[in-house]
Design a protein around this ligand. Structure first.
Ligand SMILES: Nc1ncnc2c1ncn2[C@@H]1O[C@H](COP(=O)(O)OS(=O)(=O)O)[C@@H](OP(=O)(O)O)[C@H]1O
Length: 294
C-alpha cells in the first residue's frame, strides 16, 4: 500500500467514498455480449498529460492483441455529473473484450484534476497508470495551438501566444497552459495515493522521435507479452510523424495531431526556460529520473 494510505483512510468519510459505496464494485455488471466478450473496469488508465501524446499512446497500445481500448475520452473521474452516475456507468463506456485482454481508457485531464487521484484509488488501488509527458514548453505551445484552433473553428479570434504567456513582462503564471506544465505539482497528488512503481512515465518526446522503444517499455510495465514490433511503425514524411501499420492497414493520427506551433521569439523562449527550470528539477527529484527537456 502507498505510504500515505493513512491519509487516504483519513478521508475515507469523504463524499466520494460514500458515493462509491453506493455503487460497490461487487454490484457491477460486467455486461456480457453473445459472442463471449465482456465490458470491464479498466486495468490501466492513461491519465495524461493533456497534449502529451495520449492519443498516440492509446493507438499504439491498441496494436497489441491483448489490449482493448475505449476509443473516446471517458471523463469519468474529472466531470462531476459523470462521476455521480457511478461505476456501472463507467463500465458501460468500456470496450467489449476477451478474457485475456486488458481494458485501457485515456482521459488526459485526469492528471491535473485535483479529485481524480483519490477517486481512482477508491476504485482500484492497484491499477496501473500511464502518464505521458513531453517538454513542458512544447506542451504549453501545443495547448495554445489546440485552443487557437478550437476558436478558429467557431470563427472566434484568439490572442497571439505572446499576449497570453506574458503579463507585465513576466511569465503569466495564471495562464492555464503554463500551469498544466508544472508536472511536479500534480505528480505530488498522485504520489499521495499511488507508489511510483504503479505510474509508468512515457517519454512523449521520444514517442514522437522513435516510438518503438517507448512501447516496449509500456508492454513490460503492463506485463504484456512483447507483440508490438518495429515494423508496426513507419515514418510518414508528409505528416512528419510516425504512423501505424497493423497487418496491411496503415493509419496516421488525425490531422489535429501534429500541428505546427506558433513561432516564439528567443527572448520569450529564454524566459520560459528560466521559468520551468526549478519545477522541472523538482519533478526529476520526485520521480528519480531526468528528461531531455530544454
Ligand atoms: N505519431 C504521432 N502522430 C501525431 N502526433 C503525435 C504522434 N506521437 C505523438 N504525437 C503528439 O501528440 C500530441 C497530441 O497529444 P494528445 O493526443 O495527448 O492531445 S489531447 O490532449 O488528447 O488533445 C501532438 O501535439 P501537437 O504536435 O501539438 O499537435 C503530437 O505532437
Amino acid at each position: 500500500k502507498p505510504t500515505s494510505f493513512s491519509k487516504a483512510s483519513a478521508t475515507a468519510q469523504s463524499a466520494d467514498r460514500e458515493h462509491l459505496s453506493n455503487s460497490l464494485k461487487n454490484d457491477i455488471q460486467e455486461n456480457a455480449h453473445p459472442n463471449g466478450t465482456r465490458q470491464h473496469l479498466p486495468h490501466a488508465i492513461i491519465i495524461g498529460v493533456r497534449k502529451g501524446g495520449t492519443r498516440a499512446l492509446l493507438e499504439m497500445l491498441s496494436l497489441h492483441p491483448d489490449v482493448a481500448v475505449a476509443d473516446s475520452e471517458v471523463h469519468f473521474f474529472d466531470w462531476e455529473d459523470q462521476y455521480r452516475k457511478g461505476l456501472q456507468w463507467y463500465v458501460n463506456k468500456m470496450p467489449f473484450s476477451n478474457p485475456h485482454q486488458l481494458t485501457v481508457e485515456k482521459t488526459p485531464a485526469y492528471f491535473t484534476s485535483p479529485k481524480v487521484p483519490e477517486r481512482v484509488f477508491n476504485m482500484n488501488e492497484s491499477i496501473r497508470l500511464l502518464l505521458i509527458l513531453r517538454d513542458p514548453i512544447e506542451r504549453v505551445l501545443s495547448d495554445y495551438t489546440q485552443v487557437f484552433y478550437n476558436h478558429k473553428q467557431k470563427n472566434k479570434v484568439y490572442p497571439p501566444v505572446e499576449e497570453l504567456l506574458l503579463k507585465n513582462g513576466e511569465i503569466n503564471v495564471n495562464y492555464k497552459a503554463i500551469n498544466r506544465s508544472l508536472y511536479h505539482f500534480f505528480m505530488q497528488s498522485w504520489l499521495q495515493f499511488f507508489p511510483l512503481n504503479r505510474i509508468h512515465i512515457v517519454d512523449g518526446d521520444r514517442l514522437i522521435s522513435d516510438p518503438f522503444p517507448e512501447m516496449e517499455k509500456v508492454e513490460r510495465f503492463l506485463k504484456l507479452s512483447p507483440q508490438i514490433n518495429a515494423s508496426n511503425f513507419y515514418f510518414n514524411k508528409t505528416k512528419g510523424f510516425y504512423c501505424l501499420r497493423d497487418g496491411s492497414r496503415d493509419r496516421c493520427l488525425h490531422e489535429s495531431k501534429g500541428r505546427a506551433h506558433p513561432p516564439v521569439n528567443s527572448y520569450l523562449l529564454d524566459k520560459l526556460h528560466d521559468y520551468f527550470h526549478e519545477p522541472n528539477k523538482k519533478f526529476f527529484e520526485l520521480v528519480g529520473r531526468t528528461f531531455d527537456w530544454h
